[in-house]
Design a protein around this ligand. Sequence first.
Ligand code: FAD
Length: 320
Amino acid sequence: MAEILVLVGHVAGQVRKPSLELLTLARGLGTPVAVCAGADPGVEALETLGRYGARRIHLVETEELEEYPVGWVQILADMAAETAPEAILLESTPEGKEIAARLAVRLGSGVLTDAVDVRQGPSGPVVTQWAFAAGFTVTSRVTRGVPVIAVKPNAVAPSPAPVEPSISRGGLALDEASLRTRVASRAVRQSTGRPQLTEAEVVVSGGRGLGGAEHFGLVERLADALGGAVGASRAAVDAGWYPHAYQVGQTGVTVSPQLYLAIGISGAIQHRAGMQTSKTIVAVNRDPEAPIFELADHGVVGDLFAVVPQLLDEIARRRD
Ligand code: FAD
């Protein structure tokens, strides 16, 4: 079976969930090869990659990619020339899409981004994408070169399939193209102590129904009680009540947690595009006709300022 290159990225100690999702998809296409870098990925990270089906782990022993991320293009292009893989999978994030586009140009290949599924078809990988706020499902195939496919985080649930991986090691002499772009500085986002929105098992999102930034504390308290992350609708973000990084939806992030709570959110199609694959959806809204109830597994028709405090009390009572 042909190899599927999976860009795992810089690894130090832990492997991020989106990489495990890519490995899960790669197993359905061919033989997964995890491509990662770092001076010392750590035994635990290597074991995790094997547990999720990486038959080979290619480790580039350098820290330079942190500063010169275009070097990934060089690494993947060189590997593609050597092993003629069936496909190359990356994350459909701003960084991942930039690498995907540059790689496709370098390989003379077709590229597909924002994939929500990838399956093996009779003539190569078939990619599913959502268009127009998930109103349409599109399936496509790359017809030229090695398919470069960027997959949205949280599109699939990672599932283990343990193998004993072989490890290949390589170095990197950055070429001129890689050296042309340098990350000059990084600003670490203030930690909230909550899980990453895109990776959280529980997401509690607040919308315009909260009526003001000062009421987002209620959403935060509920998220903390459930060990979850906080999200927001665009109406809440546009009103300046919560930062844009937390916006869920078509023009925000896509989440797919086990549990999604929509608090004072109407359920516009653009919001649904970012959360409709959540396993269980709970909505609190005082309007029984709100479209979110068409999607919700459990709905509470009521004033969120009455319902959420009761929910918090009940969670606390059951914890005691
Ligand atoms: P509203 O639609 O105003 O809903 C507020 C809800 O709160 C209502 O249903 C109301 O009944 C309820 N409510 C009010 N008070 C209470 C109370 N006290 N207790 C309980 N319930 C109460 N939106 C996104 O979220 N994410 C996106 O990424 C996004 N991208 C977009 C891209 C484009 C191109 C466009 C055109 C729009 C986009 N939108 C997006 C906006 C989207 O169309 C909606 O306007 C937005 O999602 C509405 O946010 P909301 O549900 O918080 O507000």
